[in-house]
Write a protein that binds this ligand. Structure first.
Ligand code: SF4
Length: 375
């Protein structure tokens, strides 16, 4: 039986930089650079020929940036190289991230014909005022049009992102965004609280922004979880909600600690017990240089820490029998504090299953770092 593998391709191009974004993306690059970037990705995929015998790729994910700014021809060339180098499952989930107003029906039909079967689209807000404040390039109507074109081209598996905690956003406005999005009926929704990241426009202008405080963000997170559940979207990860059978298979791979190879600037990989990641140095990448900047062989303690950090992001949480089986240790002896947190409403203990409640999910970073300092 072959081992499963995920392939991630980072496409770091955007029309303009959103004001909150610290992802690795570059605005305003021309078609020549994009094609040269695709050539370089293809070359680096080719270097893995023969290295992954015994594996079958069952997820492929084009993330960004805005992958839909890359021509269908270049996406096709990259997919051809993936298919020629790796054994790709006939039922692989192949996702491409797409921003409204950067793709049309013809583009979507081309993607379908080359095997892309899932899209992830950024809405963020249904308020054009909030979209402009975020520095997004599109209106809500653009999203609706792009979504309709994707549906018409045959995409029956679409995810959409929304954001809460946007400056000046109140609960009514956030609820209006959720109603707007669920009326379109995507199969999957990701909801993220705005974070002020270093080096962004928002960080430089933080004093001018009327930001939601923690209490408001928490109320929005709870409202989101409740409302989406009432519309048939079950929360399966801290920020991710899906209709039955529509979880992101690729992202599940990250949370389950499964293997994947990432290509492109800022892409990360986990393969053969080693985590390695690329720098953001686009010039060096295009010159064909090795841009690997970190390479970590995980020891037994690292594997256990990652297991805790990643599994607890999932609503299923940790199965204490699985923990004992993998690591030869008793979960409650390692983390006695979990029983106190359960009494305080941060964690849920159901038989052998341990997980965060909604209240705990909201402060999960703090709780996880406390756990890791103990265990
Ligand atoms: S479109 Fe996405 S990746 Fe590009 S700048 Fe905006 S948030 Fe960042």
């Amino acid at each position: 039986m072959k081992k499963s593998l995920g392939i991630y391709i980072h496409i770091p191009f955007c029309v303009q930089k959103c004001r909150y974004c610290d992802f690795c993306s570059f605005a305003g690059e021309g078609d020549g650079v994009k094609s040269a970037y695709a050539d370089e990705i293809i070359g680096r995929i080719g270097a893995w020929r023969g290295e992954t015998a015994g594996y079958e790729a069952d997820t492929v994910y084009f993330g960004g940036g805005t992958p839909s700014l890359m021509s269908a021809r270049d996406i096709n060339r990259i997919l051809d190289s993936i298919n020629s180098v790796f054994s790709v499952s006939g039922s692989a989930e192949i996702t491409l991230e797409c921003n409204p107003a950067t793709a049309d029906g013809e583009y979507f039909r081309a993607l379908r014909s080359m095997g892309v079967n899932r899209l992830s689209m950024g809405l963020q807000s249904a308020s054009d005022r909030e979209l402009a404040l975020l520095g997004r390039i599109h209106t809500a109507k653009d999203f609706e049009n792009t979504f309709a074109q994707a549906r018409a081209a045959g995409f029956d598996n679409i995810s959409a992102d929304l954001m809460y905690g946007i400056p000046d956003q109140d609960m009514d406005s956030f609820r209006a965004t959720m109603r707007y999005l669920t009326a379109l009926s995507p199969e999957h929704i990701s909801a993220y609280g705005l974070m002020i990241e270093q080096g962004t426009y928002f960080e430089k202008h933080a004093e001018e922004l009327r930001l939601a405080d923690d209490d408001m963000q928490y109320e929005m997170y709870l409202a989101c979880t409740e409302y989406l559940a009432s519309c048939g979207y079950g929360k399966y990860e801290i920020s991710n909600f899906a209709r039955d059978g529509r979880r992101s298979r690729h992202n599940m791979r990250y949370w389950l600690g499964e293997e994947y190879l990432g290509f492109g600037v800022a892409a990360h990989s986990y393969f053969g017990g080693v985590r390695f990641g690329n720098s953001r140095d686009m010039g060096a990448f295009l010159r064909g240089e090795d841009i690997t900047e970190e390479r970590v062989c995980l020891d037994a303690d690292d594997v256990r820490e990652e297991y805790i950090m990643l599994r607890l992001r999932l609503s299923e949480g940790i199965d204490t029998r699985d923990y004992a089986c993998r690591f030869g240790r008793d979960f409650f002896s390692d983390f006695q504090v979990v029983r106190d947190w359960a009494k305080q409403g941060f964690m849920r203990i159901l038989g052998d299953r341990i997980g965060f409640t909604d209240k705990g999910s909201f402060v999960s970073n703090t709780l996880l770092s406390e756990m890791l300092s103990l265990g």
